[in-house]
Design a protein around this ligand. Structure first.
Ligand SMILES: C[S@@+](CC[C@H](N)C(=O)[O-])C[C@H]1O[C@@H](n2cnc3c(N)ncnc32)[C@H](O)[C@@H]1O
Length: 250
């Protein structure tokens, strides 16, 4: 998968971490779930790891709450782009399944839309263990990923670089590593998100009405945010993306 992310970094530059081939709604919905989770994490952190930092999209938020942010990513291309923007952040190439840090090194570990992109079960499991291992006792792990609460047909094939996590098995695995689930932040239910995605695709294709497409996609942004707020907690069980906040007890 390293080659896949390197190729994306070369082809898409700083857009390499967004879903270029997918509708805009999905990017907005995903970003809003993480934003809400981040705002709900209190306090400042002496040490913070952004695991799978990509082009450093989230670093400006993370830096505000910690003087020592470390970012790692499997792709050198991504790390180079992040370095150009954040000279003061310690950035290096590293895979989540083998984190070169001591146990309990970080007050906060952020893993945003990374573990869901580790396509085989073995390495995905290793990455989960590793992000849990490096959290300090009393520290926080924020995982924002595609985390399904139950098995369901979703109306499309998962891309090859995509492996959604399962809520129950993830929380159990974390518990074994000494992390308790403190909060779950959810977004739009599958049905609503897919409907918005389809609308977005249709309007993007409609050549004669570019203005209308622009209007719909702009208002669609606000619609997505509004709907996400409305659905939060109401249909959370069926959410496509969610952010989980764990606390390490031991
Ligand atoms: C969708 S992007 C998310 C990046 C960033 N967290 C964000 O939200 O902007 C996924 C990132 O995970 C990285 N990645 C994929 N597999 C990885 C692994 N095993 N170890 C570390 N990084 C990985 C990719 O290179 C890519 O930068």
């Amino acid at each position: 998968m390293k080659a896949f992310w390197e190729a994306r970094a070369r082809r898409l530059g700083t857009q390499a971490v967004t879903l270029d081939e997918w509708p805009l709604f999905l990017n907005w919905a995903v970003a809003e779930v993480w934003d809400r989770a981040w705002r709900s994490v209190d306090g400042t952190f002496v040490t913070l790891l952004d695991a799978g930092t990509g082009v450093g999209r989230l670093l400006h938020h993370l830096k505000q709450n910690s003087p020592n942010v470390v970012g790692v990513d499997i792709s050198l291309g991504m790390i180079r782009m992040a370095k150009r923007l954040y000279e003061d952040v310690d950035l290096c190439v590293m895979s989540l399944d083998h984190l070169g840090f001591r146990d309990k090194s970080f007050d906060l570990v952020n893993s945003a839309f990374v573990v869901m992109h580790i396509p085989d079960a073995k390495h995905q499991g290793m990455a989960i263990d590793e992000v849990a291992r490096v959290v300090k006792r009393g520290g926080t792990l924020l995982m924002a990923e595609e985390i399904l609460s139950r098995s369901r047909a979703v109306g499309f094939e998962w891309p090859p670089f995509w492996r959604p996590l399962r809520l129950n098995s993830l929380t159990l695995e974390m518990k074994e590593e000494g992390l308790d689930l403190r909060r779950s932040i959810t977004g739009l239910p599958y049905g609503v998100l897919l409907l918005l995605c389809k609308l977005s695709v249709i309007t993007r294709r409609s050549e004669p009405s570019k203005r209308l497409a622009w209007l719909l996609s702009t208002s669609g942004y606000f619609l997505t945010i509004l709907l996400q707020r409305v659905f939060n907690g109401v249909a959370g069980e069926d959410s496509m993306f969610r952010a989980l906040i764990f606390e390490k007890k031991r």
